[in-house]
Design a protein around this ligand. Structure first.
Ligand SMILES: Nc1ncnc2c1ncn2[C@@H]1O[C@H](COP(=O)(O)OP(=O)(O)O)[C@@H](O)[C@H]1O
Ligand SMILES: [Mg+2]
Length: 307
């Protein structure tokens, strides 16, 4: 499987805060990849860096193996961000014509009809975009992203602010874009349920760090297994987290700040984990063996962000 988007150890400080603390993941060709995380986690910042709108402080990235700043790469990428870049005083067709001109799309009229059909707006092509509902706008935004027939689509919260029926329509279009139009899609979302409905692989970002990454069905299976869950009463330092990752026998899995999850191999007892944590100065509230679901893990991350 070839790699469509490669992000390796991207760091970014904005103001005085490190917003991205070494983001690493790959999107494979054909993925509908969900970049999942609560508000403020760093999704938009990552996407802006991916699109070359913001410069990373360090780290490497490429799209389709090429530097994203090259025109030859940009032409292969479609994107939709907030704000959506649509003009209220033009019709849907005029908006698409405008972007088709920018991308030098050949046979623009044919392509515009095609993408309007794809997003279910063929009969509204002549309406002012200013009169569009949020759901219609988001769909037109997808059509705009597809107008030059790119290979890779990068979409920042494509269903944000859309009512439930509109969200279903957008999701259906995203599945069509991936499976019928054969595009690789990276979308960000703060909604686990949405990501589970349409994505095959995910990265979960929390406060600038990737907490889970991989094939969604593998992650779900892993989460379902019995694990040692340690509730802690203080934030575990990055140094200790780094040490835990090195203790492969403990099977440390990434988790929220207040909960550490382990899947130890046979030789490691719960008491070994507790001793290790205590020796590292971690304050432990509760320890037990139980099943943890992806929903539960995500809920615990959301809860911490709210605090
Ligand atoms: N230009 C900026 N200057 C300072 N902080 C910023 C800037 N842009 C974003 N941030 C902060 O970076 C964090 C991540 O933001 P963002 O990437 O927009 O998160 P998400 O898209 O996941 O909601 C937030 O805490 C936000 O306030
Ligand atoms: Mg955002």
């Amino acid at each position: 499987m070839s790699i469509a988007i490669h992000i390796d150890n991207i760091r970014k400080t904005l103001g005085h805060r490190e917003i991205l603390k070494g983001i690493t993941f790959d999107v494979q060709t054909g993925d509908i990849f969900g970049y999942l995380g609560p508000n403020g986690a760093g999704k938009t910042t990552t996407i802006r860096i991916l699109l070359g709108l913001l410069q990373a402080d360090s780290g490497e990235l490429n799209i389709l193996g090429q530097d994203i700043r090259l025109t030859g790469t940009r032409i292969k990428i479609g994107f939709a961000l907030d704000p959506d870049g649509l003009y209220n005083t033009m019709t849907a067709a005029e908006n698409l014509q405008y972007y088709a001109d920018i991308y030098h799309v050949a046979d623009a009229g044919v392509r515009i009809d095609k993408v309007l059909g794809l997003v279910g707006l063929a009969d509204r092509a002549g309406d002012w975009v200013g009169a569009y509902s949020k759901g219609m706008r988001q769909r037109l935004s997808l059509a705009r992203a597809m107008v030059h027939d790119p290979d890779v689509l990068i979409l920042d919260e494509p269903t944000a602010g859309v009512d439930p029926t509109g969200q279903m329509e957008v999701r259906k279009i995203l599945l069509d874009i991936a499976h019928v139009e054969n595009k690789t899609v990276l979308l960000s979302s703060h909604n686990l349920d949405e990501v589970q409905r349409i994505c095959n692989r995910i990265a979960l970002i929390d406060r600038g760090e990737i907490k889970l990454y991989g094939e969604l069905k593998d992650l779900r299976q892993k989460m379902g297994r019995s694990a040692v869950v340690v509730d802690v009463s203080s934030k575990v330092s990055d140094t200790v987290l780094e040490q835990l990752r090195k203790q492969t026998q403990m099977g440390f899995r990434e988790a929220g700040d207040a909960t550490l999850i382990f899947e130890p191999t046979g030789v490691v007892e719960i008491s070994d984990i507790v001793s290790f944590l205590a020796a590292s100065g971690v304050k432990i509230d509760k320890v037990g063996r139980r099943e943890v679901s992806l929903e539960e893990l995500y809920a615990s991350i959301l809860k911490e962000v709210e605090q």
